[in-house]
Design a protein around this ligand. Structure first.
Ligand SMILES: [Mn+2]
Length: 325
């Protein structure tokens, strides 16, 4: 597929977004790499919804989809790349497409997202930064399109809602989030089972890794900032890595008095993924922006190169600046 000549991004309303999806027939739906419940829930709910109105779609993800999402993940249609309409969901920047960036980064036709930091890389964008999850938007979109929602679609939508809100705990949650959740309870979603899988279940190897990670805890700025480190070695010795580490950043924000919880994950010898979780008035996305990343006010991330000591120094500088602002 050809890269488009015009790199401007058109901002759509939800109505225009619905009209756009009705107009085309064959879709490739992209999730972000290291997939979470929201990007997967959005992609599959959109896939099921499009299928309901006779469209065909294929869901693509750069990384292996964790098994815990098996209850709504199914084989999707085979769609030829040529002539397909490319839709990204919950993808704030093309770099987040991971290995799919090369092929699709410059040819995304429609992006549906809720990240305030969205870099507007797609041809068309529907952005609602007030949505607690992208599945909130997908629910509204399917409703507007008068698309039939099945139990499996509802499960995918609910999973996005709970995973992006820490089970309705985060500051991003509003009345609408709960109203949509309530409407999803009308379907056979088995919400308690979804929540058990998403929040109360971890593998033995993850527990072992967490034990080691807790040993690395270091405090800064009057204990207002904590840094946890996940090294290559820990990932090798426990056999726990990649998407299996999803959720580990949550630990940092659970410590009393901490305003900035930082988790550093080693991805290569001199490469680290930094996850930042903050409480008001600190802005995680502002901290991560200083490190070349982005995200939400309460949760953001960045990829940083350097030695572990250098990376820590950069992070502390960014956190300090944010605390002083
Ligand atoms: Mn999301």
């Amino acid at each position: 597929m050809k890269k488009r000549a015009d790199t401007r991004c058109t901002l759509l309303t939800l109505k225009q977004c619905a009209r756009y999806l009705k107009k085309h027939d064959n879709y490739i739906i992209l999730t972000h790499a290291s997939p979470d419940g929201d990007t997967l829930g959005s992609a599959y709910a959109l896939y099921y919804g499009l299928n309901e109105i006779g469209k065909r779609a294929s869901v693509l993800c750069a990384d292996i989809i964790p098994k815990k999402y098996d209850f709504f993940v199914r084989a999707t249609d085979h769609i030829k790349r040529e002539g397909a309409t490319v839709v990204a969901v919950d993808v704030a920047d093309k770099a987040l497409l991971g290995e799919l960036k090369e092929e699709f980064g410059d040819i995304v036709n429609l992006n549906i997202d809720h990240h305030i930091s969205n870099s507007q890389f797609a041809e068309n964008l529907y952005l609602d930064a007030t949505a607690a999850a992208t599945t909130e938007i997908i629910f509204e979109l399917l409703s507007l399109m008068k698309v039939n929602i099945n139990d499996i679609t509802a499960k995918a939508l609910y999973t996005g809602l709970v995973t992006d809100t820490g089970c309705f705990k985060y500051a991003t949650v509003n009345a609408k989030t709960h109203i949509i959740a309530a409407m999803l309870y009308e379907y056979n979603i088995n919400a308690s089972e979804i929540n058990r899988l998403m929040f109360d279940t971890k593998s033995k190897k993850l527990l072992e890794l967490e034990k080691q990670v807790l040993e690395t805890a270091e405090y800064h700025f009057d204990d207002k900032c904590i840094i946890l480190t996940v090294t290559d070695k820990m990932q090798e010795s426990t056999g726990c890595s990649g998407t299996e580490l999803e959720g580990i950043a949550v630990i940092s924000r659970s410590v009393e008095g901490v305003k900035a919880g930082v988790t550093i994950k080693q991805t290569d010898e001199n490469k680290f993924k930094v996850s930042v979780r903050t409480y008001d008035p600190l802005d995680a996305s502002a901290i991560c922006k200083k490190l070349g990343g982005g995200g939400h006010k309460g949760a953001a991330g960045a990829s940083v190169s350097g030695s572990l000591a250098e990376v820590k120094e950069m992070i502390l500088k960014a956190v300090k600046e944010a605390m002083e602002e």
